[in-house]
Design a protein. Structure first.
Length: 113
């Protein structure tokens, strides 16, 4: 689970860099498990909840851990992102998957940073 203080710091640091979170953005969420079939099954749960499935990745450097990446267009502030992360952490735990974090990008696909 991601602590509220981590999210608060993340928003503060990015606002100092001139980033705005005032409108809809593409929020990415990541989950980890060594077993691809478990992530595939969990991805169906997320898809039914309105998330777009991006990929299940198996980076060579991660020692067999696979990452499920999903996205959804949303608007977040510190509180709403914290609540979303708590919701996704609980959902993942119920499916024996670990919630691993988030990222964000623009609607046109260009990097926010």
């Amino acid at each position: 689970m991601i602590a509220r203080s981590v999210i608060d710091d993340w928003f503060a640091n990015n606002r100092k860099r001139g980033l705005s979170f005032d409108g809809d953005l593409v929020w990415g969420y990541f989950f980890v498990d060594p077993a691809r079939p478990i992530l595939q099954k969990f991805s169906a749960v997320l898809a039914a909840g309105g998330y777009h499935i991006v990929d299940i990745m198996n980076p060579q450097k991660q020692g067999g851990v696979r990452f499920l990446h999903v996205e959804r267009v949303e608007k977040h502030d510190e509180q709403s992102l914290y609540e979303r992360c708590q919701e996704l952490s609980a959902l993942a735990a119920n499916h024996r998957v670990k919630f691993d974090g988030f990222d964000v990008g623009r609607l046109d696909g260009s990097p926010l940073y």
